[in-house]
Write a protein that binds this ligand. Structure first.
Ligand SMILES: NC(=O)CC[C@H](N)C(=O)O
Length: 385
């Protein structure tokens, strides 16, 4: 049995926000210095999936759940090849993890992957601060990296901002690869990887879809080279206002009328492709308990979120776009933020949240079936033509 009470846990650490607020605690994971955008996640479970979600690249994640690390770390629940958060903040780490799949502690895993964290701080006060002042740059310093407060604050202010950050190329695959259909193959999908989570192609594969995952730099020609029945645009880190290349590829797909589905960054890209703007939310949505209404059915679903930006589209009217009529299909019931878009004259839709949601909830899994039905309808129309 391993425990997380290594020497590092006793090492003093300091968290410095760009507005000058400072929290003092102890090192957790790697000892050193790290920077990023401070954001909070309200998920009570699923920390392994959170840490390995590429959309968290360059973000320091504060867990509002007070006790983290209880189930240790296993080899099955990773959403990608590594931890992407640039820093991790927990109040009270588990001293002895307990789970039949656990092979190591979270503290050990963070240290092994060189992720600097801090524990033993009042994460409730930090979260309230971020909720009131908004997401902002932060630094975590421990060991030799600790200096006087003014020097640390100056270093935080030198770190890059999330607004204007173009990050997909830093996290996405550089080589195309195929995730085979599970069981009988029914459809082929070209999936543009802007920071894709492993569960997304898996949810498609479960529905008989062979997924060709393509690099973020893929062109319209690359997409059609795999002869797709549908095209998918993934989640990903950074500011959607910078995603000009995927927006132009998506426009090429919309022009051809191929069934199209986007998740998170993919929703923001559809918004931009249709001519809507995007904007930064004050502190974003992160967690696995966000209420969203599907306006096409009236149903409310509990959903997983991780977004700091949103699409600026009119909630209560149908918009005329270069690709026909479009409307807001899903909305967050906490704050009326746009959570989904659909075209009325072409087979294209997207959501801002995570229907693939590992570790859950699974209320929104029907969206993968909606994508499959668009491909089924398109192939029947193709046969009639
Ligand atoms: N999970 C995502 O795809 C996030 C999209 C975008 N980076 C945002 O923060 O809004």
């Amino acid at each position: 049995m391993t425990t997380s009470t290594r020497g590092a846990v006793k090492t003093p650490a300091v968290l410095v926000l760009e507005d000058g607020r400072i929290f003092r605690g102890r090192a957790y994971g790697a000892v050193g210095a790290t920077f990023g955008e401070a954001v909070f996640s309200t998920g009570m479970t699923g920390y392994q999936e959170t840490l390995t979600d590429p959309s968290y690249h360059r973000q320091v994640v504060v867990m509002t759940a007070p006790h983290v690390g209880n189930t240790g770390v296993n080899d099955e629940d990773m959403e990608s090849r590594k931890i992407w958060v640039s820093g991790y903040v927990v109040r009270d780490p588990a001293r002895v993890p307990s789970n039949w799949r656990s092979t190591r502690t979270l503290d050990q895993e963070l240290a092994a992957q060189d992720v600097v964290g801090i524990c033993g701080i009042d994460t409730r006060a930090l979260t309230r601060h971020l909720r009131e002042r908004g997401a902002m740059r932060v630094g975590i310093f421990s060991g030799d990296a600790v200096q006087d407060d003014a020097t640390l604050l100056a270093r935080v202010k030198e770190a890059p901002e999330m607004t204007g950050a173009d990050l997909s190329a830093e996290v996405a695959t550089t080589e195309a690869y195929v995730v085979p259909a599970i069981g009988e193959k029914k459809y082929t999908v070209a999936a543009i990887d802007l920071g894709i989570k492993g569960m997304t192609p898996h949810r498609m594969a479960e529905r008989g879809i062979e997924v060709h995952v393509l690099p973020a730099t893929a062109t319209v020609e690359d997409v059609y080279a795999v002869d797709p029945d549908g095209v998918f645009f993934s989640n990903g880190p950074g500011d959607p206002a910078t995603a000009d290349h995927p927006v132009s590829v998506m426009r090429g797909v919309l022009e051809r009328g191929t069934p199209l589905f986007g998740i998170c960054f993919g929703n923001q890209i559809l918004g931009r492709a249709l001519g809507f703007g995007t904007f930064k939310l004050k502190y974003g949505h992160r967690g696995i308990n966000q209420p969203v209404q599907d306006r096409t059915t009236g149903k409310v679903e509990v959903t997983a979120h991780n977004h700091g930006f949103a699409v600026d589209a009119p909630l209560d009217e149908v918009s005329e776009t270069p690709y026909g009529r479009a409307e807001v299909s899903h909305v967050c019931l906490n704050d009326n933020v746009v959570e989904g878009l659909q075209l009325l004259d072409r087979p294209a839709f997207s959501v801002q949240y995570h229907p693939e949601a590992a570790a859950g909830p699974h209320d929104a899994a029907y969206l993968f079936d909606r994508f499959t039905s668009l491909m089924s309808t398109a192939s029947m129309e193709g046969q009639r033509a």
